[in-house]
Design a protein around this ligand. Structure first.
Ligand code: KG4
Ligand code: ZN
Length: 360
């Protein structure tokens, strides 16, 4: 098979997404992994009034949208179900009710069209996002071992990939984890501190924008950088909230919060970015990594990107549209696993379950 067509389905949190990806095994292909279509409905506006994702609302909304996403992804790709070689679906980790909607849709399609079904770990999807729609030349520049930093709303994990994704072992995430957040994720730290400042959920991008637009001073406030020890590759962001909250109360009492908003945003952002960079550079040095990939929503942060430009090793980002949750990354992670023979036969797939919180 010179190329395989994979239908990906993602519904683990507040994005409902379907995608068709063409994965070529031809070494001369200019772009070996082509995203033919991605159809995503983001529920952000639905959850915004509540200041965070409401699980029950998320699953109900997935139920209403998932068939439309799948139909649209297939239509836009110009492919039919008959042409699809396998279906890939996120079955772990995530909100259990939300995951179940995607898993049930994938099972039904696999059974009805007699297609193999590949269960995908959501974080393996994020890790794979770096390879989507990249020219062969760029893929060739990715040297191993590669440090993969997943920085999202739910996770801040560092992995050392010894090889390219085709050879990732079955327990890749478990075997390659070298550092993780002990409490809040980096995106969560952005969102919770942004909430203290009154920004709508999710506040990470707002904080980034205000710091930039108001030319905020990143050294104006000395917010904490936890776990400074050079022997620890883990992160901790939970202390930041208290510190920010106290500073904001003082500014409010003095009536100067509005005038200093740019400085506060820039200083919060600097504390999170510094903490990320400290452990990333430490992990690169201690595991002798030859390149770095940054994936997940926080990879969109402009300050993080600017500061990474000074790194000696080459740095790779997914295209912006693949930073946040999407089904294209799930399709690709599924395609690698399909290539390794990890697909379930349609009848066996009927037993597949959603797992809210696996070990990793
Ligand atoms: O990867 P993602 O969709 O979340 C999970 O899968 O968990 O990323 C969403 C996270 C949110 O916390 C959001 O605030 C953050 O990424 N984010 C940003 C920026 N854009 C998105 N954080 C900082 N700066 C940004 N520009
Ligand atoms: Zn995610």
């Amino acid at each position: 098979m010179a190329s395989q067509l994979i239908l990906g389905i993602e519904s683990s949190c507040d994005e409902c997404s379907a995608s068709v990806v063409e994965h070529s095994t031809d070494v001369n292909a200019f772009v070996p992994v082509k995203v033919l279509s991605t159809s995503t409905f983001s529920q952000i506006q639905i959850h915004q009034p509540y200041g965070g994702v409401v699980p029950e609302i998320a699953s109900r909304n997935h139920l209403e949208t998932i068939n439309h996403m799948i139909d649209r992804a297939l239509k836009e790709s110009g492919k039919t179900m008959a042409q699809i070689h396998a279906i890939a679906v996120t079955n772990r980790p995530g909100l259990v009710g939300a995951l179940l909607v995607g898993v049930a849709a994938a099972k039904a399609l696999a059974y009805a069209f007699n297609k193999p079904l590949v269960p995908v770990h959501h974080l393996e999807g994020h890790a794979a996002s770096i390879f989507l729609d990249q020219p062969q030349e760029q893929l060739g520049a990715m040297k191993y071992p590669m440090l993969i930093a997943i920085v999202s709303g739910g996770h801040t994990n560092l992995y050392v990939a010894k090889t390219g994704p085709e050879l990732w072992p079955k327990d890749f995430l478990k075997a390659s984890l070298v550092g993780r957040s002990r409490d809040d994720a980096a995106g969560e730290a952005f969102d919770k501190t942004a909430k203290i400042l009154g920004f709508p959920y999710p506040g990470g991008a707002h904080l980034d924008r205000v710091a930039r637009e108001q030319n905020g001073n990143p050294a104006a406030f000395d917010f904490p950088r936890a776990l400074p020890q050079k022997t620890i590759l883990d992160f901790s962001f939970s202390g930041l909230k208290t510190s920010v909250s106290l500073a904001v109360q003082k500014l409010q009492a003095a009536g100067t919060l509005e005038a200093r908003l740019g400085d506060v945003c820039a200083s919060i952002q600097e504390a999170i970015v510094d903490a990320l960079l400290a452990k990333i550079t430490l992990a690169i040095a201690s595991h002798r990594c030859q390149s770095l990939a940054i994936v997940g929503g926080v990879a969109a942060n402009s300050r993080l990107r600017a500061k990474l430009a000074d790194l000696k090793q080459p740095v790779f980002f997914p295209q912006l549209k693949y930073c946040t949750d999407n089904a294209a990354m799930i399709a690709l992670a599924g395609s690698y696993r399909f290539g390794q023979g990890a697909a379930l036969k349609p009848l066996d797939a009927l037993n597949l379950n959603a797992i809210p919180n696996p070990e990793i």
